[in-house]
Design a binder for this molecule. Structure first.
Ligand SMILES: NC(=O)c1ccc[n+]([C@@H]2O[C@H](COP(=O)([O-])OP(=O)(O)OC[C@H]3O[C@@H](n4cnc5c(N)ncnc54)[C@H](O)[C@@H]3O)[C@@H](O)[C@H]2O)c1
Length: 432
């Protein structure tokens, strides 16, 4: 099939690359001229394991075309995927749909024969209805079907998630569109994924419900960790004990810092906004958002406590600053408020992240990116294991830190407290 993917960010680029690898011709469109020019030179704008190889292969075979020319890409395609961002609006909790609607307005002028327009971007329930209203003339002429097909891939595992999804959700009541999309996804569905056709509104809401539920699981175990800490219980034991129950499941049940990233924070907020518009009280999600915001403060206060209340001139190392491993995405990473607070209180921060230096900290005096773990840890008073990259799992801290009396705050519970005790290292974890 011939596809057009609009927006070549984490979702659009991965989707485009994977669809081309499955044998389709994919036009990947972005308004960012630099991004498209880089992609055409084989430079990948994001850190995503395995993406480069598949991208280069299909680009070379001309099954993957990068362009800023939306009109041409649309005219050549049968299915159009909208994959632009839907960030939180500046002044309230709602999802900012301006990028989506800008694309739709461009589509309005450029559709001359039947196309399926698919929103892969995460959009609040009833957004598809609004898109259809904008395109009502095309709809009445049977030139478009507007479908919701939310994406569930995880950064860091995106290729695998796309090729082996747990489910493919298609929200449409058009039999024609459903048949074509089922065909498109057939190679993936064959690999034991569930294909689920529901209403467009249903598909839109499934995405928010899923993210809000996962955010709830994380916040739940994070709060339990606070109680474990005070009662001398190891939260890891609680996770194992609870997670072994198949009704509960062990994934997303590991205590750590506040959840971050480009999805959970904004999607939980947007869901609350939708609920407000429809006069529905989602009190559980409200608590989750509150709990997660408090967690950023709580862990920062804990850092202060570990350093006996003295932050001034303390040398603090962050190992990992991204919201999770195997991505370079810094959106709403909990390291940002922590580092900003510590910096304001005159601590001296060094950080190392395998995905490189971060623009978020470039302007902060006394926040320094180091090119190696060793350089970052050398003179540290406190090492904070913030992100669970594999690089940080087998470190010999006694060799790394040329100082006695350094401390470790392991926010991912990677290391064993008893082994640290044997090594006479002052070690603090989460909920243990
Ligand atoms: N990142 C994830 O892990 C993930 C997972 C599932 C769903 N989603 C959802 O997918 C959507 C996209 O997320 P993302 O992280 O890929 O976003 P992103 O910010 O990485 O990428 C969005 C891209 O869209 C481009 N764009 C914006 N307006 C455009 C226009 N008019 N024409 C062409 N290109 C345009 C931008 O230049 C950018 O490259 C969001 O709704 C998000 O919630 C994201």
């Amino acid at each position: 099939m011939k596809l057009c993917v609009i927006g070549t960010g984490y979702v659009g680029l991965v989707s485009g690359v994977c669809f081309s690898d499955l044998g389709n011709t994919v036009y990947c469109v972005d308004k960012d001229v630099d991004k498209i020019s880089a992609l055409n030179r084989g430079i990948i704008p994001i850190y995503e394991p395995g993406l480069a190889e598949v991208l280069k292969k299909n680009h070379k075979q001309k099954k993957l075309i990068f362009t800023t020319d939306l009109k041409k890409a649309v005219s050549k395609s049968d299915i159009i995927f909208i994959c632009v961002g839907t960030p939180t609006k500046k002044n309230n909790n709602s999802a900012d749909l301006k990028y989506v609607f800008n694309v739709v307005k461009q589509l309005k002028k450029n559709i001359l024969k039947y196309k399926i327009i698919v929103t892969k971007s995460t959009v609040p329930v009833t957004t598809g209805d609004k898109i259809e209203n904008i395109l009502i003339k095309l709809k009445n002429k049977k030139l478009v079907d507007i479908v919701s097909n939310p994406e569930f891939l995880r950064e860091g595992d995106a290729i695998r998630d796309f090729i082996y999804p747990d489910r493919v959700i298609i929200g449409t009541d058009s039999k024609k569109a459903n048949k074509i999309l089922k065909n498109l996804y057939m190679p993936i569905i064959k690999k034991n994924s569930r294909y689920f056709n529901t209403s467009r509104r249903g598909a839109e809401l499934i995405k928010y419900a899923s993210n809000a539920f996962l955010a709830t699981k994380i916040s739940f175990i994070n709060e339990l960790a606070n109680l474990s800490e005070k009662t001398g219980v190891d939260i890891k034991d609680i996770s194992v004990g609870m997670g072994s129950d198949q009704r509960i499941g062990d994934r997303f049940l590991r205590a750590g810092p506040a959840y971050g990233g480009s999805c959970f924070p904004k999607d939980t907020r947007a869901l609350l906004d939708t609920a407000k518009n429809f006069k529905t009280d989602l009190s559980i999600i409200k608590s989750v958002v509150k709990s997660n915001n408090l967690r950023k403060i709580l862990l920062t206060q804990r850092i202060k406590k570990i350093l006996n209340g003295k932050l001034k001139n303390k040398k603090i190392t962050f190992l990992g600053v991204t919201f999770k491993p195997n991505t370079d995405d810094m959106r709403e990473a909990s390291s940002i408020p922590m580092i900003k607070y510590l910096n304001k209180n005159n601590s001296k921060i060094r950080y190392f992240d395998p995905s490189g230096e971060k623009k978020e900290f470039k302007k902060l005096k006394n926040v320094e990116f180091c090119k190696s773990i060793a350089e970052a840890c050398l003179k540290s008073d406190l090492i904070i294991l913030h992100t669970e990259w594999n690089d940080f799992k087998l470190l010999n801290f006694k060799n790394l830190v040329k100082k006695t009396n350094f401390k470790i705050y392991d926010m991912r519970n990677i290391y064993s407290p008893s082994k640290m005790k044997n090594l006479k290292i002052k070690y603090f974890g989460i909920g243990r």
